[in-house]
Ligand binder design. Sequence first.
Ligand code: AMP
Length: 599
Amino acid sequence: MAVDSVLSSPLGPPACEKDAKALQFIEEMTRNADSVQQRVLGEILARNAETEYLRRFKLDGATDKETFKSKIPMVTYEDLQPEIQRIANGDRSAILSAHPVSEFLTSSGTSAGERKLMPTIQEELDRRQLLYSLLMPVMNLFVPGLNEGKGLYFLFVKSETKTPGGLLARPVLTSYYKSDHFKTRKYDPYMVYTSPNEAILCPDSYQSMYTQMLCGLYERNQVLRLGAVFASGLLRAIRFLQLHWQQLAHDIRTGSLSPKITDPAIRNCMARMMSSDPELAEFVASECSKENWEGIISRIWPNTKYLDVIVTGAMAQYIPTLDYYSGGLPLACTMYASSECYFGLNLNPMCQPAEVSYTIMPNMAYFEFLPLDSSSSSGSTRDSLPKLVDLVDVEMGKEYELVITTYAGLYRYRVGDILRVTGFHNSAPQFHFVRRKNVLLSIDSDKTDEAELQRAVEDASDLLREYGASVVEYTSYADTKTIPGHYVIYWELMLKDPHNSPPDEALDRCCLAMEELLNSVYRQGRVADNSIGPLEIRVVKSGTFEELMDYAISRGASINQYKVPRCVSFTPIMELLDSRAVSTHFSPALPHWTPERRR
Ligand code: AMP
């Protein structure tokens, strides 16, 4: 039921008083986007005036936009690495931020093969919490009755390490789930989850997933929405069900937890909630044993109104598979965030995935935009003072790279995301996420760029030298039809002796060698998270890449400018490549990965 019209919002009638306040806040922020941005910049510069970084650029305590823009350069992570390394090594002086760095957030973006380390400060947790608190009030405008059931969300913590200076380094969601903001959150009827904290906080991904799935099955009729952070995570849960439903059904039938679940906190909490339910066990077994898993989500969780997963950006590749398993349930992308900063939310979360736009909340940080056409020429050095556009001045239809200045001490930092303006809510622009710069392949949170792939192919193919073979051309493909998805690399070989190909075993080793050469987020996905499957090499017939060029030229490509695409996804090209495949090889083992040591 809608609350008093005094509290009503232009976004729609709020579901409850708390929602009314949240919607009001969104209105205020977006209506006054420019003044909020000036205030945010002023606050960031005033509190950090004495930091080594701002003093270096002779800001002399100025907090106005003009001085800031004329003195502070736009930077990349690599530019800040010396400062970040000093903080990691234990230098507690005010280098970037006047507030003490509370921990490092490990981004899925990498630098030299390792996760980027983002310094953060304690109060950023409040800012993230604030953005989270706006999501349900918006969702409640579109989907009524979410307080009458629960959400089945597959949420996980990942491993954490310490820097030499003793600061924790962990992913932003791990930091959030382990915080009191999450662990001791107040009861909110609109945000009741089936997964107990004990399961979410268990660092063993198998035990965590098993328990979350089991709880989701027990409460199948209460589940109104199903989610994970990214689409890949939700599909991994479905795959998990495919592999483990027998054990899950057994546990439900007997009311006792599998002995593989050894985490004492989980065992304790499950002992309280499990009971024997033969009817449910029979239902789970009968649904899961069916050959056809189409629509399985709606069959097992019949009251699901939508799937809450990010399917924008690289995750769009999973939409057809999600549609298949859910029988076409709506997909809601609710927010846009990163380790550096949480950016904004989708004010129309039930729209089609292709229509998703995120409204950047002007209170989260100071946002600037590098017009895309100038981003390549402007370089990334500290000397560059490009023309950056303010949040309220971006133009409809144009593409920009996002540049942020945060309370935690990043100044004019290039996030690496390309966004297109699709509209405005009040004076705050709304953006379509176009792509992440330089990402060629991505299955889960891994981001592999062209240079990394090139190096991996070059080095791995050295193993073929003793067989008189070399790789003359290659391309790649993110195969998301398998769960988990995996990288496929097409190789065309040149053989000294055309009748003597390298043995299968050598090509298998090349697969593993490539994996060893990919970044640590990829290897963590392979080893710890099981979110990426073994890398595959498909050897194609000699002459295949020439055919690929002929095909591109027949479709209008210029013969002079033709470059072999290093990643492909267009169906006719895939069909051509696959029809020329002469052998397939998979990585025979897991690559090496340990939680990163921080020098
Ligand atoms: P991380 O710092 O590892 O959390 O990764 C943050 C990055 O993930 C962002 O900079 C985006 O490239 C991507 N990302 C986050 N949210 C979304 C979204 N809603 N849609 C598309 N990409 C996203």
